[in-house]
Write a protein that binds this ligand. Structure first.
Ligand SMILES: *Cc1c(COP(=O)(O)O)cnc(C)c1O
Length: 347
């Protein structure tokens, strides 16, 4: 099977497994694991932050971040298809009493004015006060789109004037960096809290991290334990991350090239099926509006041909490239998908 469902399907390579095997470890609840301590410092330094706390998932690091910024009954704003409001099962409301409102961005892309237009800081005793805004980069359901640094900076400037904090859901910030050339520090300085994931395109088996000030990270560490995610000999995981950071960042450019090749093959078959202008990184979103087959039906046909994809809605099929694929897998996809896509529109 050629698995294009997500970049989360990547498995640790033999070299990564070998590196993990010799990791020095200790009990991280006592802060005794030297490998995870060093990794937290390393990643914090990479993004220009004071401290970091390792978490098992990106959802947890997002949730720990926003709960240090927003008090119960206050409001977090996001784009309407953001992972924090679409794919974390209401965790902000369920665990932290956080209310949310959303604005809609073209392919998830940030326009700072759109976010500020719905922001209501310091609303007094009658209306909900906005205390934070979260930005996703790259934007997953937007199709892996890269947020323009100019809009991120504009948002930082406008929010800091009115005392609104900013959170970055940087699950795929590695991809954004490779596609845009913007440094991790330039991204980091525009946010109070930053969440990054190591278990997607970077290929580590498990792990994410929340980065912020020492005070906020100390608070997040308490809540991580309270949620039951204080882990023990976690250096085993952290060393996989070290390997990924040392070896796997630059190679994301290959994933981006391959996604573009798939997108081009789709456009050659059915011009309106993919908007090439928005294929910025490793995600290809196929738009089946006007097709006679649903995304589920096309996904089933692809599966019969040995290709796994994700139907995100009746007219939306998503393909994600990643480091466990070969150029041969991409050629095979491009020899099967365009024809099936044409069939879906003609039938
Ligand atoms: C994958 C992802 C996360 C975190 O997902 P987990 O499965 O909880 O690790 C967060 N935000 C975005 C945008 C993601 O794509």
């Amino acid at each position: 099977m050629i698995d294009l469902r997500s970049d989360t399907v990547t498995r640790p390579s033999a070299e990564m497994r070998a590196a993990i095997a010799s990791a020095p470890v200790g009990d991280d609840v006592y802060s005794d694991d030297p490998t995870v301590n060093a990794l937290e410092e390393r990643v914090a330094e990479l993004f220009g932050k004071e401290a970091g706390v390792f978490t098992p998932t990106g959802s947890l690091s997002n949730q720990l971040g926003i709960r240090t910024l927003v008090k119960p009954g206050e409001e977090l704003l996001t784009e309407t298809f953001a992972h924090i409001v679409r794919a974390e099962l209401g965790a902000g409301a369920a665990f932290s009493g956080i209310t949310t409102r959303t604005w809609e961005g073209d392919h998830g892309l940030l326009n700072a004015q759109d976010a500020m237009a719905i922001a209501r800081p310091d609303s007094g005793p009658y209306l909900v006060s906005t205390t934070a805004i979260a930005i996703e980069n790259t934007h997953n359901f937007g199709g892996g789109t890269v947020q323009p640094i100019s809009e991120i900076r504009k948002l930082r400037e406008l929010t800091s004037k009115v005392g609104i904090a900013t959170h970055l859901d940087g699950a795929r910030i590695w991809n954004a960096h490779i596609a845009s050339g913007v440094s991790f520090k330039d991204y980091g300085e525009n946010f109070d809290t930053v969440s990054v994931c190591f278990s997607k395109g970077l290929g580590a088996p498990i792990g994410s991290m929340l980065l912020s000030t020492k005070d906020r990270v100390r608070e997040a560490r308490v809540w991580r334990k309270r949620y039951g995610a204080g882990m023990r000999q976690v250096g085993i995981l952290a060393d996989g991350v070290n390997f990924a950071l040392d070896n796997n960042i630059a190679a994301l450019a290959e994933d981006h090239r391959r996604a573009h090749e798939i997108a081009e093959a789709c456009v050659a078959a059915v011009p309106q099926s993919v908007d090439l202008e928005y294929v910025h990184t490793n995600i290809v979103v196929i738009n089946l509006v006007g097709a006679k087959q649903s995304a589920q039906e096309l996904a089933a046909a692809l599966k019969d041909a040995g290709i796994l994809s994700s139907a995100l809605g009746p007219t939306t099929l998503r393909l994600v490239t990643h480091r466990d694929l070969t150029d041969q897998d991409i050629s095979k996809t491009n020899s099967v998908l365009p024809e099936l896509l044409q069939g879906a529109f003609k039938l």
